[in-house]
Design a protein around this ligand. Structure first.
Ligand code: FMN
Length: 142
């Protein structure tokens, strides 16, 4: 079944702590389930990148909330399109980051180890996967 996909990047306005990430994830897991939204959220090098996918009305509704969220700014929409199929399995919003919070967040259900997230992205349609892989392979500051 076809779906609508939106990818954006943003910069947090607040310090990204484990409890902040945990709060975002618990909000995301319950609301995304009820909106039948799946996708992928990556936090890397002080930036977020997120794919949200599902019915267009649900994606628009969620993205409106995300845009109003004071916890981040500098939101850039990188891709918006219809797709024949979802990139992520039904109703899963995978989350990945490459730093020290990972061990604790693993218990929160949707956590995907960073290297595994790269593998998942390498199997996605090129248009979507390349945006994430470029983001996750960015060597700035390393
Ligand atoms: C980087 C980032 C990603 C987020 N992703 C989601 C998400 O996938 N699903 C979700 O329901 N909320 C997500 N949120 C939280 C929403 O922005 C919002 O706070 C929440 O959905 C409650 O919306 P409301 O204030 O309109 O009720 C995210 C927040 C941030 C900062």
């Amino acid at each position: 079944m076809s779906c609508y996909q939106l990818i954006y990047s943003s910069r947090p306005k607040v310090e990204v702590t484990e409890s902040l990430v945990s709060e975002i994830l618990s909000q995301a897991i319950s609301r995304n389930n009820s909106l039948h939204i799946s996708g992928l959220l990556i936090y890397f090098h002080g930036m977020f990148m997120q794919l949200i996918e599902g019915d267009k009305t649900a994606v628009d509704e969620l993205f409106n909330s995300i845009q109003l969220d004071q916890r981040h700014g500098d939101i850039s929409v990188l891709l918006q399109k219809r797709s024949e199929q979802r990139c992520m399995p039904t109703w899963l919003m995978g989350f990945s980051m490459d730093n020290e919070f990972s061990n604790q967040l693993e218990k929160q259900g949707s956590y995907i180890p960073f290297e595994e997230a790269k593998e998942i992205c390498s199997l996605m349609p090129i248009e979507v996967g390349k945006l994430f892989l470029d983001f996750m392979n960015d060597a700035r500051g390393r």
